[in-house]
Structure formats: structure tokens, C-alpha cells
Design a protein around this ligand. Structure first.
Ligand code: ZN
Length: 276
């Protein structure tokens, strides 16, 4: 049987702003609305950041709480994933909302250069964040920005800091990190299968690589990520009009590869999430 495809939507992020694309949802009301539209279009997992009134990345716990409550009301079974990413947040702040017990949270297992900064994830911090996710029963989505992070993930599983099966996201197209080259993804997936045979995986292409990476993962049996966090454009000449528009594009693509779009129940079963 063909594996249904879990479509993740990263609706906001911490970089794109309204001036990049007015469709980027920034306020909590806009984020709830945008998630709801994306959910109706086939997204079963939403990746979330929150912003302050100046559109800067924030770690305000009460904003995460309001956002989670709003989304739960409109999309009761969507998988909610909080970002623990950097960009203006201290180490302490990055995990300070995990006690809200979202279904999932992102976890990068190493450090990497970004276009103009270092995305810092020192070993002790990674371990503390993984432990905190275990304590609150939050499943990690492992963000692989560089190959070493994959082996670091296998070590964390061995140490008991990550529960199997793990869910991994390979990230491509960020300047100074891994370029979007299919051979790299193929190698990474092969290594993942050797190290952690029961793992599930997806991949994200940043910027103009988004759609191409969607094609690769569908063909290779992985899941898909899309959304305005990663890419604000529809094509060279036009901006995307909404997160839902980008989700619809992936849902259509699933059909072309003979992959059904996963329902929330199927997605939860595949990721072995705790019951709602
Ligand atoms: Zn993010």
C-alpha cells in the first residue's frame, strides 16, 4: 500500500514579514485563520512561531498558549508543533513553552551557519531540550540542517533522550548550510534507514527550492513541508496568496505521485503521537 503523505505547513516563521508578502500571518487571529484554511486544504501538521507587535520573533508563553487554544478550537485534530528555533531567542526562552504540551516541537541536534548568523545548538542545550520534551511528552521533529546532526540524533536515541520512532526533517536551501541536491537527500535517507529503521521523514526546501524538494520526497516515500515560513513566492514573478494555496499545490502533487493525502488520524498514527 502507498504511504499517505503528511503535509506540514509552516505558516509564519521568524524571518518573512508582511513587507515580503502581505499574506504572511503575524497576529494570533491571522495565524489561526491561516492554519484553518491550510487544514481545509489538506495540511495535517502546523509548525508555529509567534511574533510580537513589531513582527519580531517572540517566545512569549501566553502567545503560544492563545495560538494553541485558537487552533485547537478550529482544527481539533491537527498536529500542533512549536518551533524551538533561535533567531533572537535565548536558550532558556526556546523551550519555555513546552509545558503547554503541544503534540510536537522542533529540535535541531547541532549547530550550523545560516546566511549571516550561527544557529547555535550546543550539546548540553540539545540534551536539555530533548529531556524537557520527554518530560512533557512532546514528540520531537528533528531538524537536520547538516549531516552530522543525523548521527547526533542516533546518539540521543541510544542515550534514551529521544524515543523511537523518531521523526526527522531534512532541510535544504539555506545559504551556508546544505544546498538542495537530490543526491544529498538520497544519501541522508539511506543513512537514516540504516541508523534508525523505524524513523519517519520529511524534507523542507527553503525559498525557490520548496517545490522541487516536494517532488523528491513524494517520489521517495517521504512526507512534505510547505508554507510561507520557507517560501513566500508562488513562482518567479508572483507571490503566494496564502498558506492554503501552497498546501493545495502539494495536495495536487500527491495525486500525481499516487500518494493519498494523510488524514489527521493517519498522520497521528504514522507519527505514533499520544492520543488527543
Ligand atoms: Zn520554523
Amino acid at each position: 500500500m502507498t504511504t499517505p503523505c503528511i503535509i506540514s505547513v509552516a505558516i509564519t516563521g521568524s524571518v518573512p514579514r508582511k513587507k515580503d508578502n502581505p499574506a504572511v500571518p503575524v497576529t494570533i487571529a491571522e495565524q489561526v485563520e491561516s492554519t484553518h484554511e491550510a487544514y481545509e486544504a489538506g495540511a495535517t501538521l502546523v509548525h508555529l512561531h509567534v511574533r510580537d507587535e513589531n513582527e519580531n520573533s517572540s517566545s512569549d508563553r501566553s502567545s503560544f498558549e492563545k495560538l494553541q487554544d485558537g487552533i485547537r478550537k478550529h482544527c481539533p485534530d491537527i498536529i500542533i508543533q512549536f518551533s524551538t528555533g533561535g533567531r533572537g531567542r535565548s536558550f532558556e526562552q526556546r523551550g519555555a513553552m513546552l509545558d503547554l504540551r503541544p503534540d510536537m516541537a522542533s529540535l535541531a541536534t547541532g549547530s550550523v551557519n545560516f546566511p549571516t548568523t550561527v544557529y547555535e545548538n550546543p550539546p548540553d542545550f540539545v540534551r536539555a531540550l530533548a529531556k524537557s520534551m520527554l518530560d512533557y511528552d512532546v514528540k520531537a521533529e528533528i531538524e537536520i540542517f547538516d549531516l552530522a546532526m543525523l548521527y547526533a540524533t542516533a546518539n540521543l536515541v541510544q542515550e534514551g533522550l529521544l524515543k523511537s520512532p523518531v521523526h526527522v526533517q531534512f532541510v535544504f536551501g539555506i545559504k551556508n548550510a546544505l544546498p538542495a541536491r537530490r543526491e544529498i537527500l538520497e544519501f541522508e535517507v539511506k543513512q537514516l534507514k540504516a541508523l534508525l529503521p523505524d524513523a519517519t521523514w520529511t524534507a523542507a526546501g527553503i525559498g525557490r527550492t520548496q517545490l522541487e524538494v516536494n517532488h523528491w520526497t513524494l517520489e521517495m516515500g517521504g512526507h512534505c513541508r510547505t508554507g510561507l515560513e520557507d517560501n513566500v513566492r508562488w513562482d518567479k514573478d508572483t507571490l503566494a496568496t496564502s498558506n492554503a494555496q501552497l498546501v493545495e499545490r502539494v495536495a495536487k502533487l500527491c495525486g500525481e505521485y499516487g500518494r493519498p493525502v494523510a488524514t489527521p488520524k493517519q498522520a497521528r498514527d504514522m507519527l505514533k503521537l499520544k492520543p488527543l
